[in-house]
Ligand binder design. Sequence first.
Ligand code: NAD
Length: 501
Amino acid sequence: MTAHVKPKALDNFAARDFRMLIDGVWTEGSGPALERVAPGHGVVVSRYPAGTKADAERAIAAARKAFDDGPWPRMTGAERSNILLRAADLIAAKADELAFLDCIESGKPISQAKGELAGAADIWRYAAALARDLHGESYNTLGEGTLGVVLREAIGVVSIITPWNFPFLIVSQKLPFALAAGCTTVVKPSELTSGSTLLLGEILIEAGVPAGVVNILTGTGPEVGAPMTTHPDVDMVSFTGSTGVGRLTMANAAQTLKKVSLELGGKNPQIVFPDANLEEFIDAAVFGAYFNAGECCNAGSRLILHKSIAAEVTARVAALARKVRVGDPLDPTTQVGAIITPQHLDKIGSYVDGAATAGASVALGGTALDLGLGQFMAPTILSGVTPDMAVAREEVFGPVLSVLTFETTDEAIRIANAIDYGLSAGVWSRDFDTCLTIGRKVRAGTVWMNTFMDGASELPFGGYRQSGLGRELGRHAVEDYTETKTLNMHMGARTGWWMPR
Ligand code: NAD
């Protein structure tokens, strides 16, 4: 039986009514509000305006005007940096309130939400430092008469579209870098978890970001997100979400040839050799699979175990997974919270059923957990999974771990790469050659060696193949939001077609 924490009823909880931010003005929607039911408690906790295409057009016009005529792109890097640092301080000061909103709207555990807020504040500080360091290049090597200067200019108006699984963290992987570059923005959080992003709007106004520089829209993807990807006044789209909607976003943006940055799904392998430190790996396997209820692009959802240790390792992972505390997101001891919606819980269940029908064995869990309120899923392990099964190839986005086996290093690499995704991977071995061989040959944006899902603002993050396009974080993150301009400068008499040579 899995350890669990029954959710306490949220009696007399006053749902919060939010408004959108357009051109510095907090705005009601024209239609009925979207209601957010807390996935861990089953009651309405937030209401957001159902934004429309007209709202998106107003927000884009405001961002365009702020870019073309406003002060933000014309400030010095130091001035923008100071405002971003103030924003980071305010995020840290309001971290509990922001974490509470993320916890209650997404169903993630409160302790984890607080950790994400601390990470987000750090990213804002990192972006603030980069705002002062953005620079181009000069070439004094092109001959006596020529000086070449390569400028970095803010790309313009950026649409930022984010998913529900890390609401505040993901907007923080995009927005401060776009702002550091001098861009103006239209931001759309997921319609399931918009609260903390709207609160960020208040923080940015308090920090001194001028009106129109950050506009925040709420509403559904097709209604409000789609115009953000097609409008000719938008210069770039930065999207995090599913591979399907990412593909659609790229196709939409192609109509006006916008720059597109995509952070999409993953089906990440952890490859384990017999000489690995198994105790450390078992902990990382449970963390990698069940952190954020497995609703994580980086989830280590495929274990690829050497055949000689597969039975022992699977049993030890299952024994530890049984101890994971699943339940009330607001309880500080909870490790795994609720599943985002009842429909998503059904989808996870159908992957488990499909795998069992295809021949896999349910070594742990496999069912929903009835804890009285909300929707929860038991940590699940499927053994005997083969690379051709849907559960081994597709993103389940739930607490479901698939166990596959290998005999040779080449086979492990083949299995790891035999999917459409390439976001991240892990390798466990005490042998340096083994780790480096896997690190070089697995096609993924991040490869962890003897650890899993560690991160830092300094380290670029993003995916190969259908896991995305471009990289976030790291010292080049601000450059992603720029155009490159060449100034080719001539001195002295010029020679040419009709001029004397
Ligand atoms: P989703 O693709 O359903 O939605 C993401 C965002 O796109 C939401 O704001 C949604 O409203 C919007 N959207 C939907 N339809 C749209 C349209 N037609 N035009 C414009 N916008 C539209 O994803 P989700 O369910 O919110 O999030 C889960 C997915 O996100 C998973 O696939 C996960 O792997 C991925 N993800 C990736 C990363 C990463 O960094 N690689 C991080 C977190 C999540």
